[in-house]
Design a protein around this ligand. Structure first.
Ligand code: NAD
Length: 344
């Protein structure tokens, strides 16, 4: 049952919300507030089932705890999902009803942008809650910067290769993917890219000189690095045997459809930096914006490289896959701070 699941996964609090008058059904998941108030996006999506909506909220909230811990950010892990079509006619009413439930948590959950919500939505929510990460600045440059730093570390681990002269395939040329393409071509890499939107590919070809490839071919391209920057779950039992890359490092959350696939990657000798290590740059930027203090921001994002290097080194020393290693490092950080717990 749910209570057992919350116990087994160390969840502090999960709020199931309903407002039948406006048609709201939502979930607010607060995984852990040891390091600070939980921060996470408000995702708006029509899920195939209530169980799917709840599972998404729990998985994403838990990942936020570990992402924050490893990024050295004083925040806990949370997430909320509104189970509704983002095009619903009374969208604002639904968002406000959700915001009122967030407000009742008294700052233990800080809402931020996610799939299906916009800056304008966050501003609307912000009128009803104590703290909101309105994200007027675009964090995707910082996410991309951390991904590129992680790519450098992964290449270094592949016989000391460098970005200059390497071949990188990017799946998804959206906010993050385009920045990654710009930085990599700027550093002398040969970049291949694919996107379901042909205009995004054309833009990357024209502006950064990348080579466009077919959607069906990008995952199996013969490259030094494969960088998934579209959706999650792209590496699964079917696609993993087709990978022809030396390293896997991208921005997409939950790139592996199951954490156990990290072992298979290791067995195939593919160097992998877990997504929740590589893509933390945006979170670091959002937290800086919350405090209104951008001092040292780029250096703090660049320090993702140190964490990525430590994960790869510990994995080699211990003979364990990188995801297990990164999770245990994150849990160590949380546990070491457990007795302070300022946010309870
Ligand atoms: P985005 O929506 O701007 O870009 C995603 C791009 O992928 C779009 O151009 C879309 O057309 C394309 N796409 C979708 N499905 C595809 C497919 N099957 N094949 C090829 N292309 C496809 O999103 P974003 O902000 O660039 O984020 C990219 C990923 O990184 C997401 O998974 C997101 O959760 C994750 N992420 C983003 C940030 C950030 O700062 N924006 C931070 C952490 C993680």
């Amino acid at each position: 049952d749910l209570q057992t699941e919350l116990h087994d996964r160390d969840f502090e609090q999960v709020v199931l919300c309903r407002d039948p008058e406006v048609g709201l059904e939502s979930v607010i998941a607060v995984h852990d507030t040891t390091l600070g108030p939980s921060l996470g996006g408000v995702r708006m999506r029509h899920y195939p089932s209530r169980a799917a909506a709840r599972a998404d909220a729990l998985n994403l909230a838990q990942a936020m705890t570990y992402k924050s811990a490893l990024a050295g950010v004083p925040l806990g892990g949370g997430k909320s999902v509104i189970n509704a079509d983002p095009r619903v006619a009374n969208r604002d009413e639904v968002l406000i009803a959700h915001a009122k439930y967030i407000a009742a948590l008294n700052g233990r959950y800080i809402p931020a942008l996610d799939m299906g919500t916009s800056v304008r939505d966050l501003e609307l929510i912000g009128r009803h809650v104590p703290v909101v990460a309105a994200q007027r600045g675009d964090p995707s440059y910082y996410t991309a910067r951390g991904v590129v730093r992680s790519i450098e570390v992964a290449l270094e681990a592949c016989d000391g290769r460098t970005i200059s002269g390497s071949r990188v395939a990017i799946q998804g040329l959206g906010n993050v993917g385009l920045h990654v393409a710009a930085m990599l071509t700027g550093q002398g890499a040969e970049v291949l890219g694919a996107d379901i939107d042909p205009a995004r590919v054309q833009r990357a070809v024209d502006e950064f000189g990348i080579t466009g490839v077919d959607l069906a071919d990008v995952l199996s391209a013969e490259v030094d690095v494969l960088a998934p920057c579209a959706g999650g779950g792209v590496v699964d039992d079917q696609t993993l045997p087709r990978l022809r890359t030396t390293a896997l490092v991208g921005a997409a959350n939950n790139v592996l459809s199951a954490a156990s696939l990290a072992r298979d990657l290791r067995e195939r000798g593919i160097v992998h930096v877990p997504d929740f290590v590589a893509n933390a740059g945006g979170l670091i930027a959002v937290e800086a914006e919350l405090r209104d203090d951008a001092r040292g921001l780029e250096e703090r994002v660049d320090a993702i490289a140190d964490t990525a290097r430590e994960v790869l080194n510990r994995s080699t020393t211990a003979g364990t896959d990188v995801v297990s290693v990164a999770l245990s490092m994150a849990k160590e950080i949380v546990e070491a701070n457990r007795k302070y717990r300022p946010y309870f």
